[in-house]
Structures are given as C-alpha cells and as structure tokens.
Design a protein around this ligand. Structure first.
Ligand code: TPP
Ligand code: SF4
Ligand code: MG
Length: 325
C-alpha cells in the first residue's frame, strides 16, 4: 500500500491507500513535469524556441498532464514528441495527420498537437493536410518551416525558394515553391496563422489561440535551420535588421482605422495577405467557425444508436456485418 505524499514536484502524485487520485487537488503542471528527453537539435536551431514556447503554453494553461498528446512524422522538427513528457508518437513520414485524426475522433477529450517540417507537411504529407482541413478534425498542427529538408542534410523542400542550391538542385531550385497560407486556405483549415521562431511571445500567443480553436488549426512557423539554410529568415527578424510585420486584426469598434484592419473571417482577404512578397506578414490569416468532424460524427453516432434502440457498439457492429452477408 502507498503512503500519503501528494505532489512529488515532477507531475506524479503518491496517494494514500483507498484514495482515488481523481479526488485529490491537482498539482500545477510545471515545465519540469512536461520536459522529457534532452533535445538533440543542432545548437542554434530554431526548433528549440518552438519547444520552449510550447512548454510555456502547457504550463500557462495548466493542461491536464495526461491529456497532452504530441504527434509527428519524420524530420528534425518531427523529433518534437521525444522532448515532451506526455502521450506521443514519432510516426511515419508525412502521416501524422491521419494518426492524429483517429486519436482526436476516438478521444475528443485529449489535446492533440502535431509538430513537423515543411517536407513532412507540404510534400509527402501534403494531401493529408488538405483532408484534415476539409474535415475540420480537432487538432493543432505546428509546422516548423525551414525551407529545406534538414534531417536528410539539405535537399530542396516544397517551400525552398527558386535558386536555392541543395543536394537535389546543385545549380539552384527551379520549381515554384508552395505558399503554405494559400494551400491551407484552399484546403479548408479553419484556423491558419504564421509566426517566426525568433519571436517567442508571438509564438505563444498563436499557440494559445490555436489551442482555443475548435477544429483543424495550423501554424506555420519560420524556424531557421542554422546548418543547411542559415540566415534565410533574417528579413523578418528585427534583431538581424529585418522587420516583423504583425497583421492588425479588426476590432469591430466602428473607427475609421478599423476599416483598414484585417477581417480574419474573410477568406479572400487572407489570400491577399498570403500573396505579399517574402517575408510577408505574421499573425492570424484566417479563422472560421465550422462544425468539426468530431462534433458531426458524435451526433451521427448518437442518432444511429437511438435508431437501433440504444444498442451497444458491439451490437451495432454485428448488425452492420449481418447486413453485409
Ligand atoms: C517515406 C519516406 N520518404 C523519405 C524519407 C526520408 N526523409 C526523412 S525526413 C525527410 C525530410 C524532412 O524534412 P522536413 O519535413 O522539412 O523536416 P526538417 O528535417 O527540415 O525539420 C525525408 C525526405 C523517409 N523517412 N520516409
Ligand atoms: S539540421 Fe537544421 S533543422 Fe535539423 S537540427 Fe540541425 S539546424 Fe535544426
Ligand atoms: Mg524542413
């Protein structure tokens, strides 16, 4: 039998015999509790800042420790789940969205976060991102865009600019890069934002907004690969002589200056913002309130169960098989 010592300071709690942990006051979530392995990124990699911002949000929002799920495909950025002490998986290259979809639909009480790179999200996983968006499955996807395949040591990625010299384009990339904001708008994601790993406060604000959004939320974060594409994001880093232009959102206060501010529910306006030349603008491009697949599926399951005389899952499944005979 265990003795009574509530709150071990590391997210675990020892409880008295006969006391259910659910009955005890919850210990505040600390960074120590959510920190797992030592990050193995190169010194100076932008991904460190993303991890720090994510820890901050979990701590600030005091997310229930057992409700945190981090998922990823393959890539340097996709190593993220190793560094978070929560449920998680480092999955197949580009396939984090389908895995996350199943988890989100089966366990809507969990906070499902995805992390990955431009290659993982816009090349091999490009089609999954579209379907996650159009189905509006509840999850937050943070894409660490470094304009290169980092893990495999410098190949052209779908966001590499024309002229970028890499192992796959030794004389310079010739293909038109993907515009992440436009792709996400067209795909149907219901929260679409852009940030920069050099601006931790901005990252935190956006992760919090995405966290509060019901549906498929995606944040593209410019995160420098210091090894294979250094300094590429300096034009949007004030500490490196660049300028970080933040989208001014409408306040709906009836003032003349509000006329010029961005309406985040206006898809065409979001598309226009996405057309600005590099480094573009940062903040929320688009946000809309559309029913999630989670909610629609729940309704459908309830209606089906009622029609079947409140049969159990097994009975409904058996009836379906019987019909197929
Ligand atoms: C099916 C498959 N194809 C190719 C690879 C090789 N591969 C591993 S990571 C990667 C690209 C990673 O780039 P990105 O997603 O941008 O992540 P980064 O390393 O830049 O953070 C590739 C091509 C793989 N692991 N699996
Ligand atoms: S190779 Fe680039 S993306 Fe990968 S850890 Fe190093 S700096 Fe980061
Ligand atoms: Mg990359």
């Amino acid at each position: 039998m265990s003795k009574t010592t509530t709150g071990n300071g590391d997210g675990t709690t020892t409880v008295a015999a006969g006391v259910s942990p659910a009955e005890l006051p919850r210990e505040k979530l600390t960074k120590k509790a959510i920190t797992a392995d030592h990050p193995t990124w190169c010194p100076g990699c932008g991904d460190f800042a993303v991890l720090a911002a994510f820890y901050k949000v979990l701590e600030k929002r005091n997310v229930e420790h057992e409700k945190i799920v981090t998922l990823a495909g393959i890539g340097c950025s996709s190593r993220f789940p190793y560094f978070v002490n929560g449920h998680g998986a480092h999955y197949i290259h580009g396939r984090a969205v389908p895995l996350a979809s199943g988890i989100s639909l089966a366990r809507p009480d969990l906070h499902v976060f995805l992390f990955g790179g431009d290659g993982d999200g816009f090349s091999i996983g490009g089609n999954h991102v579209d379907h996650g968006g159009r189905k509006n499955i509840n999850m937050t996807y943070f894409i660490m865009d470094n304009f290169v395949y980092g893990l495999t040591k410098k190949q052209t990625s779908p966001t590499s600019p024309i002229g970028f010299k890499s192992k796959t384009d030794p004389t310079g990339a010739i293909d038109q890069p993907v515009n992440p904001m436009k792709k996400l708008i067209a795909g149907g994601a219901t929260f679409i934002a852009r940030t920069h790993a050099a601006n931790v406060n901005h990252m935190i604000q956006l992760i919090e907004r995405a966290f509060d959004h019901q549906g498929f939320s995606v944040i593209e974060c410019l995160s420098e690969c210091v090894e294979f594409f250094p300094d590429v994001f300096d034009p949007a880093n004030p500490r490196k002589g660049g300028s970080f232009e933040v989208i001014q959102e409408k306040k709906w206060d009836g003032t003349p200056e509000d006329e010029l501010r961005h309406d985040v529910t206006d898809e065409l306006a979001a598309y226009k913002l996405a057309s600005l030349p590099f480094p573009g603008v940062f903040g929320v491009f688009y946000e809309t309130d559309r029913p999630t697949k989670n909610a629609l599926e729940k309704k459908w399951i309830e209606a089906t169960r009622e029609k079947s005389g409140n049969a159990s899952d097994l009975e409904i499944l058996q009836k379906t098989f019987d019909r197929m005979k």
